[in-house]
Design a binder for this molecule. Structure first.
Ligand SMILES: NC(=O)c1ccc[n+]([C@@H]2O[C@H](COP(=O)([O-])OP(=O)(O)OC[C@H]3O[C@@H](n4cnc5c(N)ncnc54)[C@H](O)[C@@H]3O)[C@@H](O)[C@H]2O)c1
Length: 702
């Protein structure tokens, strides 16, 4: 906490320009309205009011923007609640007998827009973006935004802004009445000039609170809004509460409307969904930092990238860099493979062009950044080389020896392996400090997650560079230590294991999928398996059966593969698929395979409840996640959650498996694990020591 207190030391500077007082928010990077800033704003106002020579007050922001609203560094700290709060400040500026002009530039978000709404006049620099984005963290604007914005720009546009949280250009809102002037040039000078005119013309002070919202049929519009919001945001309560709050500006006096807004805000603050969204918001920021890698670690320059292998992954990986304007050289063994890879990338872009989300010109620009080669010599200039060849240690070793010979000193060498030992791959080079894993997810140009695999010898500046680069190519990067399957797939193995066991015991794949989808997973485990290909797991199992003959066999899944049912790509897996379609259709053939499998295992099927399905699948993730944490493979519980939210379709409204376990309560989770341990005899269900300890101490994972 001490550290957080230290950091929130912004201020609001005070100065005068003739008869105009300036209060300038100054708290880099976005002028967040932390405690010290809030205090200084109020002091500035009082000073201006006490000075008889001051006739008007301009409130503006230093640096690149007006204000990003609340200071997120203060979230969940007592300082956030210290008076003067933002609502107090807004009331004070609103009540000022001298005219107050808000001068916006850059961005004005959340509280950074609610404050101007309480001012008497607003001017904005050209290109300013404004937003009330609270809904994105499961909240609503809680400092009068829901009552003042509709009074400023009308019911419909205000509701759209509040429910979507999306930024809108100031120019678009000026005609609606949000801005008295759009300033071309220096915002402070423009605002001071405007203030002088207000004084000279003796313009009357107007406040939004006394205005009435005009609309022909507000009831019908609000009902329409409620209906559409309900279907779009079915697992999130905030959008609907936003509508309820805005509705209060229609039929209630301002102060009562504010009370409604407050009440709904407090309700949302306590909701599990908002907790999950705020957790994810901070988890994403936390994941970017590595505990033992200082923020000021020097970065290596990444201006040219090379990719080895133009298959499923190599092509997608290359696209990420092309999209970010970084040139990519792609190496293959044969011309045909290069041609195939190029054609796939082109087809991908053409699809986006067809959907209207990319122009032909942009596509041509991106394709022009791509250079094919068959020769390692062409990789000599690359700053980063990512290997995405066949998943075989022998092949990888050969590639890394070649790379060691041609790559320039200081080039970062990455492998996209999903299962192989990154330390072993690094060890074939003379520069293991430059080697790490960059584990992309398929399709690599779409999926947000990037597991950055830190080898034993990976240098800190290599890690820092790749974490920065991940942001540039719009990935959510999470650092994982070297372990079989890294964070995500290692946990998935146990999740899939439970799904299979549940079918062995009596559930159907459809029931398991339905239960997990009802829980919120984007896709149930069997539909995912059919999509990813059942043969991958099968070949791993076959290897493990040989290595460890005592291993429990996954008989039903094996039988499925023996029947050639590899999933969508073979038209059949746990479900069957019509040619060219992706709908999973239950198949009696599978029921038969399951029945035979159970017989072979001597299992009499029983009725399995949906509740058991969800508990066993999710708690399997939790238990293995806790082991991963304890081993230091993941740095924090929220990193594990980020992996599942961005790479595995875990429901955002639940915040990830670790936060979910915390919200259920670790004592309850642990007791359930012990129950499953007793019932199934499966040693996996021994609660991870971390869970046992935290449960005993009444603590949480996150
Ligand atoms: N497919 C996935 O879902 C996925 C996800 C994450 C990671 N991975 C990993 O990515 C890597 C590639 O997988 P993929 O699915 O793209 O495979 P793929 O078979 O689609 O592509 C591999 C490509 O590498 C080329 N290649 C093989 N040896 C080569 C060499 N010595 N030099 C140059 N090119 C060579 C092949 O011609 C082929 O085009 C594997 O390590 C895999 O484990 C795959």
């Amino acid at each position: 906490m001490g550290e957080v207190m230290e950091k929130t030391t912004g201020t609001a500077r005070y100065e005068t320009r003739g008869e105009v007082a300036l209060v300038v928010l100054d708290n880099p990077p976005v002028n967040g309205m932390g405690y010290t800033v809030r205090k200084a704003m109020l002091e500035g106002l009082d000073r201006a009011l006490a000075d008889p020579s001051v006739k008007a007050i301009v409130i503006a922001g230093a640096g690149k923007s007006f204000s990003g609203g609340a200071d997120i560094r203060e979230f969940n700290t007592p300082r956030m609640l210290l008076e003067p709060g933002l609502r107090t400040i807004i009331s004070a500026f609103e009540a000022s007998p001298k005219p107050v002009i808000a001068a916006l530039h850059g961005t004005a978000m959340g509280g950074g827009l609610e404050l101007p709404l309480g001012c008497h006049f607003r001017v904005a620099a050209k290109g300013t973006q404004v937003a009330l984005p609270e809904v994105k963290i499961g909240l609503l604007p809680g400092a009068g935004g829901t009552q003042r914005l509709p009074r400023a720009i009308g019911l419909e546009p205000a509701l759209n802004m509040i429910v979507s949280g999306a930024p809108v250009p100031a120019e678009q809102l000026a005609p609606a009445g949000l801005f008295d002037e759009i300033v071309d040039g220096d915002i402070i000078e423009g605002a001071v000039a405007f203030a002088k005119r207000v004084v000279a013309e003796k313009r009357p002070i107007t406040v939004l609170r006394t205005r009435k919202v005009k609309h022909d049929n507000p009831e019908a519009f609000l009902q329409f809004a409620r209906n559409s919001v309900k279907t779009v945001a079915k697992n999130f309560p905030a959008p609907l509460k936003c509508v309820d709050a805005v509705a209060a500006c229609i039929d209630k006096p301002f102060d009562e409307g504010i009370a409604v807004e407050r009440e709904l805000f407090v309700e949302l603050m306590a909701s599990p969904e908002s907790r999950a969204l705020r957790h994810a918001f901070f988890a994403e920021r936390a994941a970017a930092r590595i505990p033992d890698v200082p923020d000021d670690t020097p970065r290596r320059k990444i201006e040219r990238v090379a990719v080895i292998g133009a298959g499923t992954m190599g092509g997608g990986i290359a696209m990420n860099f092309l999209n970010a304007g970084i040139p990519v050289t792609i190496l293959e063994m044969k011309q045909e493979a290069i041609d195939r890879g190029f054609a796939t990338i082109r087809k991908n872009y053409e699809g986006t062009v067809k959907k209207g989300r990319l122009t032909e010109a942009k596509m041509a620009e991106r394709m022009a950044l791509l250079t094919p080669t068959l020769s390692y010599a062409d990789l000599a200039k690359a700053d980063l080389i990512i290997e995405a060849v066949f998943e075989e240690m022998g092949v990888k070793e050969k590639v890394f020896k070649e790379l060691d010979a041609v790559a320039k000193p200081g080039a970062i060498l990455a492998t996209n392996t999903s299962t192989l030992d990154v330390n072993r791959i690094a060890a074939v080079t003379k520069r293991p400090q430059d080697v790490l894993g960059m584990h992309f997810f398929s399709p690599a140009n779409v999926m947000k997650l990037l597991e950055v695999v830190r080898g034993e010898k990976t240098a800190k500046d290599v890690l820092a560079t790749v974490m920065d680069l991940a942001k540039k190519i719009r990935k959510t990067a999470v650092v994982s230590g070297v372990t079989d399957g890294f964070i995500g797939n290692r946990m998935l193995r146990y999740y899939g294991g439970q799904a299979n066991a549940l079918v062995e015991e009596g559930a159907t794949p459809q029931q398991v999928d339905r239960a997990m989808e009802k829980f919120g997973m984007i896709m149930g485990p069997f539909r995912v398996a059919d999509l990813a290909g059942n043969d991958i797991g099968w070949s791993i199992r076959k290897r493990l059966y040989v290595e460890d003959p005592s291993m429990k066999r996954t008989i039903i899944a094996d039988k499925l593969c023996e029947a050639g049912r590899f999933g969508q790509k073979t038209g059949a897996g746990w479900y069957r698929y019509e040619p060219g379609k992706r709908d999973a259709i239950p198949d009696p053939v599978v029921d038969k395979i399951i029945e035979e499998g159970r017989k072979a295992m001597g299992i009499t099927p029983r009725k399995v409840s949906d509740e058991e399905i969800v508990e066993r699948c999710v708690y399997a993730l939790v238990n293995e996640g806790a082991r991963i944490l304890e081993e230091g493979i993941a740095a924090r519980a929220s990193d594990v959650d980020m992996v599942y939210l961005t790479g595995y379709g875990f429901p955002l409204f639940r915040g990830g498996p670790m936060l979910y376990a915390d919200s259920v309560g670790l004592v309850t989770v642990k007791r359930a694990m012990e129950r499953y341990r007793a019932a199934t005899g499966d040693r996996f269900w021994e609660p991870a020591p971390l869970i046992a300890r935290l449960a005993a101490e009444g603590k949480t994972l996150t």
